[in-house]
Design a protein around this ligand. Structure first.
Ligand SMILES: [Zn+2]
Length: 320
C-alpha cells in the first residue's frame, strides 16, 4: 500500500496513522487530512454564501480545506462526516450495502472512473460531498441527517463551481445548481423540523459552518435558507402562488434573525446586515409574484403607481 512517505511532491496532506475500517464492506483505508501551517492556507474574503475564500497561493497551489473533510470508503463509496463514519447501525449498513452500484453510477455518470483512495483534488472533494448527501439519506434520525445533507449539498455546489471555473466545457454548472437547490430545500426542512424535535439538532451543531473557520450555527441556517431560496426560487416552484408561499415562509424565519436585536460576539453584525438587505429584497420579490396571481392586488398596485407618478409630475411642474 502506498503511504504518505512515498510521496515526494510538496506535501499538503498526510495519512492518518490508524486505519479506518468501513462498516459497510470491511475495507480498510487511511484517512487523508490537510497539513496545517507553513502558509498553506491564506484566508481571503467571506462570500455572501458565508463561504470562506482562500487567496491564490504561489508556494502551495490552490488548496481548499473542504476537500479533505468527508470520510469516504474507496471500495463501496460509503461517505460520512468522520464522527459518523464508524457508528452506522445494522439497518443503515444494510441500506448502504444495497446501494453501492447506485453510488458508483453517480460518480461514473458525471466524472468517469475515479479512485477515491488516491490523494484528493477538487474532483474528489466534490464527489465526497455528493456521496455524503446520498449516504445521509440512508441514515436514521438519531444522528440528525437533514442538517448534514444541507451543509453537504452547499459544499458540493461550491466545489462544483470551482471545478466549473477550471473546466467550463463540462456541465458542472448544471450539477452545481442542482446542489444549490437541494441545499435550499434541506435548509428549509431543518428549520421546519427543528422545533418538532424529530432530529436531535445538537448532533449536527458542530458541522453547520458552513465553512470550516467559523460556525454560524442556526443563524447561518436561517440566513442561508433565505439567501438560497431567493437565488434559486425559479427552480424551486413553477407558479407565482407557490413561489410566493416559499419565499414568505423563509422570510418569516429571517425576520427573527435580524429582528432579534443587536450583534454580539457569537453573532457578528455582518450576518444581521446581510439578513436585513435580504429581507427587503424578498419583500419586493413577493410583491412581484402576488401581482402575477392576484388581479385585485395587481389593480391596486397599478393605481398606487399611477397616483405616485401623478404626484411626482405635479411636484416637478410646480418647481419648474
Ligand atoms: Zn466500504
Amino acid at each position: 500500500m502506498a503511504t504518505a512517505a512515498t510521496n515526494n511532491q510538496k506535501k499538503i496532506s498526510y495519512r492518518a496513522k490508524e486505519s479506518s475500517k468501513c462498516p459497510v464492506c470491511g475495507t480498510t483505508h487511511f484517512k487523508e487530512d490537510l497539513l496545517s501551517g507553513s502558509g498553506r492556507l491564506i484566508a481571503g474574503k467571506l462570500s455572501q454564501e458565508l463561504q470562506r475564500l482562500y487567496e491564490d497561493n504561489k508556494k502551495w497551489g490552490k488548496i481548499n480545506p473542504l476537500v479533505y473533510h468527508v470520510q469516504v470508503c474507496p471500495k463501496c463509496l460509503y461517505a460520512a462526516f468522520p464522527k459518523d463514519f464508524a457508528n452506522a447501525t445494522a439497518e443503515e449498513v444494510n441500506a448502504l450495502k444495497n446501494t453501492v452500484a447506485h453510488r458508483q453510477k453517480i460518480i461514473e455518470t458525471f466524472f468517469g472512473k475515479y479512485d477515491m483512495g488516491e490523494n484528493r483534488h477538487l474532483v474528489h472533494g466534490a464527489i465526497s460531498y455528493m456521496l455524503n448527501v446520498d449516504c445521509y439519506h440512508l441514515r436514521g434520525n438519531l444522528i440528525a441527517p437533514t442538517p448534514k445533507k444541507a451543509v453537504s449539498a452547499l459544499r458540493a455546489a461550491w466545489l462544483l463551481d470551482d471545478l466549473f471555473k477550471e473546466a467550463s466545457y463540462r456541465p458542472y454548472d448544471k450539477l452545481r445548481d442542482f446542489y444549490y437547490v437541494e441545499a435550499a430545500r434541506y435548509y428549509k426542512r431543518v428549520l421546519d423540523t427543528m422545533t418538532a424535535g424529530i432530529e436531535p439538532m445538537e448532533e449536527a451543531a458542530y458541522i453547520l459552518g458552513p465553512s470550516l473557520d467559523f460556525n454560524w450555527a442556526f443563524d447561518g441556517v436561517i440566513y442561508l435558507n433565505s439567501y438560497l431560496t431567493r437565488k434559486f426560487i425559479e427552480q424551486m416552484a413553477t407558479n407565482p402562488k407557490d413561489k410566493y408561499a416559499i419565499v414568505d415562509s423563509s422570510r418569516r424565519y429571517l425576520s427573527k434573525l435580524y429582528g432579534s436585536g443587536k450583534s454580539s460576539k457569537s453573532r457578528p453584525s455582518i450576518i444581521i446586515d446581510l439578513a436585513k438587505e435580504l429581507y427587503d429584497e424578498m419583500g419586493k420579490l413577493m410583491e412581484g409574484y402576488r401581482i402575477e396571481y392576484d388581479p385585485v392586488f395587481a389593480e391596486q398596485k397599478a393605481k398606487e403607481a399611477a397616483e405616485a407618478a401623478a404626484l411626482v409630475a405635479e411636484v416637478q411642474g410646480r418647481t419648474k
